[in-house]
Design a protein around this ligand. Structure first.
Ligand code: NAP
Length: 247
């Protein structure tokens, strides 16, 4: 039980990596605020798994790209649990396309949800963590933010932005006992990657030394470590979780 009686807010925890992280943190004693945008059934499914583990849970619908909704998410979390120990900025989308064909609205949507959503939630949570003199934040980047990928200029920009954002915030607030780290997953099998063409998947697999795609739990395990006391001296880092794809 690494996280007994902690309270974790996990954005985009209705499915995929967010849902696996919610369950993993609950297995270690944390109460969980589940956030979703559209998938209420997925959010309820995650909540049910957490309740079965004996932890408390609250479901909050909020589009993290909207500052008012992000504020509501954090306010509701604090009024339910009186504190927030952990924030996982996980909500994310892709809207792929080569630059010459990429529409401005698709560029903006990805930046707004992935990068501005991370800003919106972090900004609202940080004041509580500063008052508490402690907290752990993990932000979801991607190997694509580190190495680029054709057809993903918007996504790569958002994920690279998250790294610069996180390191800057770490330098601003870590004196108050707040650790901020980033995980950069490679190819993880979720709805997000399911839509890729088979030949793209085959090509990716050739570049993964461990010769398998990652599972949401592979990412959840590293996030658990980063938000636990085991990682109290890990701060401002980017941890790749990609089977060796980028090294
Ligand atoms: P996913 O299965 O597509 O799930 C995305 C989650 O984000 C869903 O819970 C979704 O909620 C939520 N979400 C989307 N837009 C939102 C918004 N505006 N406000 C609140 N929640 C929103 O994706 P995933 O693969 O688990 O990815 C999770 C994170 O890991 C993302 O940041 C992604 O970029 C990153 N990542 C994934 C991979 C990968 O290979 N899968 C690799 C590197 C990084 P609804 O269901 O309600 O829409």
């Amino acid at each position: 039980m690494l996280l007994r009686n902690k309270v974790a807010v996990i954005t985009g925890s209705s499915r995929g990596i967010g849902a696996a992280t919610a369950v993993k943190l609950a297995e270690h004693g944390s109460n969980i605020v589940i956030n979703y945008n559209n998938d209420i059934d997925g959010a309820k499914e995650t909540a049910e798994k957490i309740r079965k583990l004996g932890q408390k849970t609250l479901i909050v619908q909020a589009d993290v790209s909207d500052p008012d909704q992000a504020k509501k998410l954090i306010k509701k979390s604090v009024s339910e649990f009186n504190k927030i120990d952990i924030l996982i900025n996980n909500a994310g989308i892709t809207k792929d396309g080569l630059l010459l064909r990429m529409k401005e609205k698709d560029f903006n949507a990805v930046i707004d949800i992935n990068l501005k959503g991370t800003f919106n939630c972090t900004k609202n949570v940080i004041r509580y963590m500063m008052k508490q003199n402690g907290g752990k934040i993990v932000n979801l980047s991607s190997v694509v933010g580190l190495m680029g990928n054709p057809g993903q200029a918007n996504y790569a920009a958002s994920k690279a932005g998250i790294i610069g954002f996180s390191k800057s915030i770490a330098k601003e607030v870590s004196k108050r006992g707040i650790n901020i780290n980033v995980v950069a997953p490679g190819y993880i099998q979720t709805d997000m990657t399911e839509e890729l063409a088979q030949k793209v998947k085959d090509k990716m697999l050739e570049n993964i030394p461990l010769n398998r795609f990652g599972q949401p739990e592979d990412v959840a395990n590293v996030i658990l470590f980063l938000v636990s006391p085991l990682a109290n001296y890990v701060n401002g880092q980017v941890i790749n979780i990609d089977g060796g794809m980028l090294m």
